[in-house]
Design a protein around this ligand. Structure first.
Ligand code: PBG
Length: 322
């Protein structure tokens, strides 16, 4: 046999051989777990479209945070589900807002768990948009002022990382300045730099009660058809002072994760969003796929694409599997 071909199977011959040459691996340090905190008492509601994900009230939070720590999860991302909403989304920046209270509680009870605060107004506005409305559209610069107040109030409550997700132009610059002026120079910004207007957010909007009451988010979130635009978004956020860059959603946008990784040295975060979770859970509950194998495969693919960190509702499952 002197045929000239390569024998790639040599390196796949056993589990030990495969692990020796494995290029990418998941570890629990890579994960951020999203939590939905609801105003009220003794609430633990499973989100119907997201089996295994709960809206919880503050009185369940300590237990939840302790469980996450014991699973080896290092960071949570907090979303608030307030009782009252208004035009301006004032609940987002109130000192006694639900995220501010949740942050203080975690920092008191489980201080080593990092708190990433999602900085947006959509859960708090009566119209469900991510900023204030003028002439039937979200007004950019007016919204920035409210976001800056939100970020500062989250930092004052003890948030370790500020994660603005509302896709207004200039949000990193304005939030950075506001944090610095308020004495929070060392609080990093994890920018949702590249956030597409995606149908994959549907289940999240049930969980966070943040569906827009009119129109959609296409005047501020990006068109999923666009690739080069992602680099322009990422570039301006880096210039404005972003410390991390989020690409969202992850699964259908791994080309973008790779582009961002190749063009910037900033840590890259892939957001494995709600719809990506729900699809897998639905198929798993029907017995149509091997959930563990599939989830580990797709999360590893995010790392392979260049993500340093992954925000995922699967983080708890992964902790049990790894
Ligand atoms: C808030 C926000 C959204 C998500 C994270 N932050 C919803 C949206 O933009 O409509 C979606 C996360 C997910 O689907 O898991 N702006």
């Amino acid at each position: 046999m002197n045929e000239q071909f390569k024998r790639h199977r040599r390196l796949r011959s056993s589990a030990a051989m495969r692990s020796l040459v494995r290029e990418n691996e998941l570890k629990m340090d890579d994960f951020i777990y999203p939590l939905f905190i609801m105003e009220g008492e003794d609430i633990k509601n499973e989100v119907p479209s997201m089996p295994g994900v709960y809206q919880i009230s503050l009185d369940h939070l300590k237990e939840e945070a302790e469980e996450l720590r014991s699973l080896g999860i290092r960071a949570v991302m907090l979303f608030g589900v307030p009782n009252e909403k208004d035009e301006q989304g004032t609940g987002a920046f109130s000192e006694s807002g639900i995220v501010q209270q949740a942050t203080r509680l975690i920092k008191k009870e489980v201080p080593e768990l990092l708190v990433v605060a999602d900085t947006c107004l959509c859960e708090y506005t009566s119209h469900g948009h991510c900023g204030v409305i003028h002439n039937h559209d979200v007004a950019n610069d007016e919204s920035l002022q409210l976001l800056a107040k939100t970020a500062v109030s989250q930092a004052e409550a003890g948030a370790d990382i500020i994660a603005p997700s509302n896709m207004m132009d200039g949000f990193v610059a304005v939030i950075r300045r506001a944090l610095d002026e308020a004495g929070h120079k060392n609080i990093p910004i994890m920018s949702y730099a590249v956030k597409y207007a995606s149908a994959f957010y549907g289940p999240f909007r049930d969980a966070a009660d943040s569906t827009p009451q009119f129109g959609d988010r296409k005047t501020y979130q990006m068109d999923p058809a666009n690739r080069r635009e992602a680099l322009r978004e990422a570039e301006s956020d880096v210039e404005e002072g972003a410390d991390f860059l989020i690409v969202k959603p992850a699964m259908s946008f791994l080309d973008i994760v790779r582009d961002v990784r190749n063009n910037f040295d900033t840590p890259v975060v892939a957001y494995n969003v709600s719809g990506e979770y729900s699809m897998v859970k639905a198929a798993a509950l029907n017995g149509w796929i091997d959930e563990k194998e599939l989830v580990l495969e797709k999360l590893t693919a995010m790392k392979r694409a260049g993500a340093d960190l992954i925000i995922s509702y699967f983080a708890k499952d992964v902790a049990k599997w790894l």
